[in-house]
Write a protein that binds this ligand. Sequence first.
Ligand SMILES: [Fe+2]
Length: 429
Amino acid sequence: MKGVTLPTETVFVMEMSPIKFGLGATEEIGFDARRLGLRKVLIVTDPRLAALGLPDRVRALLDEQGVKADVFDGVAVEPTDRSMEEAADYARTKEVDGFVAVGGGSAIDTGKAVNLLTCYPAPLLDYVNKPVGRGVPVPGPLKPLIAMPTTAGTGSETTAVLVTHVVAQHVKAGVSNRLLRPTLGVVDPLSTLTAPAEVTAAAGADILTHAIESYTTRPYDARPKHHPPDRPAYIGANPASDVWCEKAIELVGRYLRRAVLNGMDLEARTHLALAANYAGIGFGNAGVHLPHAVAYPIAGLVRDFRPPGYPEGHALVPHGMSVILTAPAAFRFTYATAPERHLRAAELLGVRVRELDEAARPEALPRALVALMRDIGIPNGLAAVGYGEGDAAALVEGTLQQPRLLANTPRSVGPRDLDAIVRSSMRIW
Ligand SMILES: [Fe+2]
């Protein structure tokens, strides 16, 4: 093969964090921290969880094994570059050899940022992907980070990305680098029992979009060949990511309604926690596309939408809500690129696609998504979270700031396509 230049990619990579999963996995945190050589750690968490007591419990479990821990409980919901830098400023006042992030995606992503900014001090924006930030690569290895998710959603415990709201630009953007991936994910479904129904619904919507976007993204072998050092963390749909994504879609279809209706349904919570992790492994390698790209300005430009179930006094469109709101339109747009994959996703959500006639097939997946969204209480479109037709241009402009995600879309997508997707998502049903 020497000297032969192949025009498209022939290699895919599967990377993930080691995962400890199961009821009571939290109880082993002291053992795991010691095993990783930790002696003094900073627990990174949010005020709601601190009030509920889980971070203190983690601190006590660490202490039993001789690992000292301080708690930083100032993580913001949907964190900003500023809130992440403040967390890092706090961490610099402590001498620690590792971090334990306890919480949803906000806490785990803040843990990743604190690790990065304390190991290699710089403004967070330096590391944020272009064109929002400067796209400086993570300079080298970070300290150990143990991620303990308390929502079944982001899968951040296994991904190489952190997402931040860049205040000055009113846009969300990511830092993506495989060195950000947590050293260990400890996924204990018992830790998700306290998530309110609205949080469970939005986080579950995030799982589903991770899985379907990764399943339908431009395949790895339809992308240009990369030199090994330049191969991105998101490499496109591939045979391994497909396995994780298919299972995640099926589990969300089967258990999300149950977990929203009854938060104490342990069987549903357990399977959703698995689904979140599976989808995280899938999208952590394949990558997400259109719904996540549009979601960034949907969250970033929020005016005064205050969702129930989230801390009061803070306007926000929860991440999972922001990604699912344009998903029906986005998958209608991408259907023709891979009808069999869109139909398979619908089938995994319970649709009997074999019984559909030809004309009904493109609508199978959007309809399945809408049915689920209605059942779990997702607002009816962008209008219901405060946007109007007059905001379409700004939402399109913000989406164009996510070229990395737009390039993952399985067909080329321009401002007019985005405008149509945004407008048709104002009211969905
Ligand atoms: Fe997401």
